[in-house]
Design a protein around this ligand. Structure first.
Ligand SMILES: C[S@@+](CC[C@H](N)C(=O)[O-])C[C@H]1O[C@@H](n2cnc3c(N)ncnc32)[C@H](O)[C@@H]1O
Ligand code: SF4
Length: 361
């Protein structure tokens, strides 16, 4: 079985007002030290499995010096047994040039994930983004011209004063560019972010669901099939790396705050950048069978195709249908869940996915 690799880059040019990811816009003086520590961590990993997905995320990987990013990429490709991998780098508009994309491509990167969030400049300003829509388009075109055609665009809906028409405008603009993959997240106001203490006029629950349902229909018509609650792809372009998370496959995590999972043992790195550089402590936790099963269901139900019931039974040595018969009955009778070879949520179920998933925990 092949494994995935996640690498965390905790730097951003500027902190967006809604974001609570582990990243800082103030610690660039630590960049070189961080890259050194990261490469040491990567190169001291004894792992013989083939690697078929690599995801360098953040933060903003393209916010660091390109030579540093290339050093990290080279350490991964030289150290591990990389086999036809999907190799993704996350990028923020206006943090990478055409030349940078050419260098990334030559180093083995074949997928770029660009955070756009909105095609409306006033929404971008409200979010605290460092770019406008036209800067995103330039970055997007630089990436295509450099020969990387597998591109994801991240979007956020249910924004302050947003209505369906404004969201339609964003979806329309983005689909015209024909990226291979689009991720659409409903805004979460996270505690500890500037957004948490601001006044917002957010769409209500009904308007949020209207935007979400519109997204599924509109993107479907344009050839982007929904395959996960927030993810849509053209045929053949689902994100193989993220699918590993939802299927509880093995992956390694490098960098501050990164976690990994290998054979039901979770690894968690030191969260703080400085502490990570000075002395990364990897916390290892064995996942109990009950927790592993709950996770498998919780994550598997995020995928529109759900999870394979027989595979579940084999993996955990239980009978899924017998074990969870009461919950399954409740949700199949109300048309929220479907069972064939797989267990999956119906479209109606996806809208209330959180409450369904909680019942299995
Ligand atoms: C780790 S971020 C990295 C992308 C890149 N740094 C950028 O912002 O352009 C991944 C994505 O998570 C989404 N995201 C981050 N915070 C969010 C929030 N509070 N609510 C909804 N989506 C969020 C955004 O769409 C973002 O692009
Ligand atoms: S959304 Fe992206 S660019 Fe903005 S602060 Fe978070 S990780 Fe950085």
């Amino acid at each position: 079985m092949s494994i995935g690799i996640y690498v965390h880059i905790p730097f951003c040019k500027s902190k967006c007002k809604y974001c609570d990811f582990n990243s800082s816009d103030k610690l660039f003086d630590l960049e070189d030290g961080y890259v050194k520590a990261l490469i040491t961590e990567i190169e001291s990993c004894e792992q013989l499995d083939k690697v078929d997905t690599v995801f360098i995320g953040g933060g903003t990987p393209t916010a660091i010096k390109t030579e540093n990013l290339l050093k990290i990429i080279n350490s991964i490709t030289n150290h591990f047994n990389i086999d036809c991998a999907e190799f993704t780098v996350e990028c923020n508009p206006a943090t990478a040039s055409y030349e940078d994309f050419v260098k990334l491509k030559n180093a083995g990167v074949n997928r770029i994930s660009i955070g756009l969030q909105s095609a409306n400049d006033e929404e971008l300003a409200y979010l605290g983004r460092i770019h406008n829509y036209s800067m995103f388009e330039n970055t997007y075109n630089d990436c295509v011209n450099a020969g990387i055609e597998n591109i994801n665009v991240d979007l956020i809906f249910s924004l302050h004063q947003q209505n369906l028409n404004k969201w339609k405008y964003t979806l329309d603009k983005v689909t015209k560019l024909k990226p291979t993959h689009i991720s659409c997240y409903s805004l979460i106001i996270e505690e500890g972010t500037p957004f948490f203490n601001m006044e917002h006029q957010l769409p209500d629950e009904e308007a949020d669901r209207e935007m979400y349902n519109y997204t599924i229909d509109f993107l479907g018509q344009k050839g982007y099939k929904q395959y996960e609650i927030s993810n849509f792809a053209l045929d053949g372009y689902r994100c193989k790396h993220n699918i590993k998370y939802w299927q509880r496959a093995n992956y390694l995590g490098f960098g501050c705050g990164a976690c990994g999972m290998y054979e039901d043992v979770r690894t968690q790195n030191t969260y703080d950048i400085k502490e990570y550089i000075n002395n990364n402590q990897v916390e290892k936790t064995a996942i109990s069978k009950e927790d592993a099963m709950a996770e498998h269901i919780f994550l598997g139900l995020r995928l529109t195709e759900g999870f394979d019931i027989e595979e579940f039974n084999q993996r955990y040595g239980v009978n899924f249908i017998r074990k969870y018969s009461d919950i399954i009955d409740k949700f199949t009778k109300t048309g929220l869940m479907e069972l064939d070879q797989n267990c999956k949520l119906t479209r109606k179920g996806v809208s209330v996915s959180n409450s369904i998933m909680c019942e299995f925990l």
